[in-house]
Design a binder for this molecule. Structure first.
Ligand code: ADP
Length: 245
């Protein structure tokens, strides 16, 4: 679906992504693991245009491409934003909007859908993530796991081609993690193309088709979950897995 070549991103003098090339295949789940500060969040943010890479090339299979070494238009960046739905570590819901309003915001404001259609679709999505009875509640009235499931419904509402998850369960109490991972597993089974940053090794083993291990702005090792998580070759991958298991 998307081929990324030689992606680079710096913040001032800090080179955060040094030379990242990845192929993301349609209907597959790519998991990204790696120590804190290795550039995982920045990579996801570059994938949907929340950060603009300094260098690199994106080629989508529908013919849309972006070359960050040259000029790119606002229209192209907007196209990129609409291709990928993002689920954030800290949910990032609008605090003064209900669950339903959080989910309809994107379709109505960004995509210009009529409110009635957007509400009907949003109710369906909230039902899908197990929140049919919570649609009129505000974020502060919901548990962390429920807020994150609203976050997932909100990302799905813009009908993206690609779903990006940035450590979606890392802010949750252990007993709430399972529900959120369950929703993500269901999406994987439905054939969504997804990129998931996570430290949940058993989840990554179960759900991902491809695992990337990042360190210091590079992809150090990649392959099937069995290759990378059970038989890692690189010392840095081995060391990381020993630490978190
Ligand atoms: P990870 O997700 O692997 O923990 P990040 O992508 O969040 O890594 O961060 C990688 C590095 O980039 C860190 O050193 C972080 O402090 C830095 N960084 C991230 N975003 C910014 C920013 N907007 N401005 C300056 N530095 C940043």
């Amino acid at each position: 679906m998307l081929s990324i070549k030689q992606l680079q991103k710096s913040f001032g003098s800090l080179d955060v992504l040094k030379d990242i090339s990845i192929d993301i295949n349609k209907g597959k789940v790519v998991t990204i693991m790696g120590p804190s500060g290795s550039g995982k969040t920045t990579l996801l943010r570059c994938l949907n245009g929340l950060e603009i890479p300094d260098h690199g090339h994106y080629q989508f299979d529908d013919g849309f491409s972006l070359d960050f070494s040259g000029k790119r238009s606002k229209k192209d960046m907007l196209t990129l934003r609409r291709k990928a739905g993002m689920v954030f570590q800290s949910y990032n819901l609008f605090p003064h909007k209900t669950a339903l309003e959080n989910v309809t915001e994107g379709p109505v404001v960004v995509q210009g859908k009529d409110k009635q259609t957007a509400e009907k679709e949003a109710k369906h999505l909230l039902d899908k993530v197990g929140l049919a009875d919570k649609i009129d509640l505000y974020p502060y009235q919901l548990s962390g796991g429920q807020q994150q499931r609203v976050g997932i419904a909100r990302a799905l509402a813009i009908e993206p081609e690609l779903m990006l998850f940035d450590e979606p369960t890392s802010a949750l109490d252990p007993e709430l993690i399972g529900d959120v991972l369950g929703v993500i597993k269901e999406l994987a089974n439905e054939g969504w193309t997804m990129v998931v940053v996570t430290h949940e090794v058993s989840f990554a083993k179960e759900v991902s088709d491809h695992v990337l291990f990042m360190d210091d702005g590079y992809i150090v090792e990649q392959g099937t979950p069995r290759d990378v998580l059970e038989n890692p070759k690189e010392p840095r991958t081995k060391q990381f897995l020993q630490r978190i298991l």
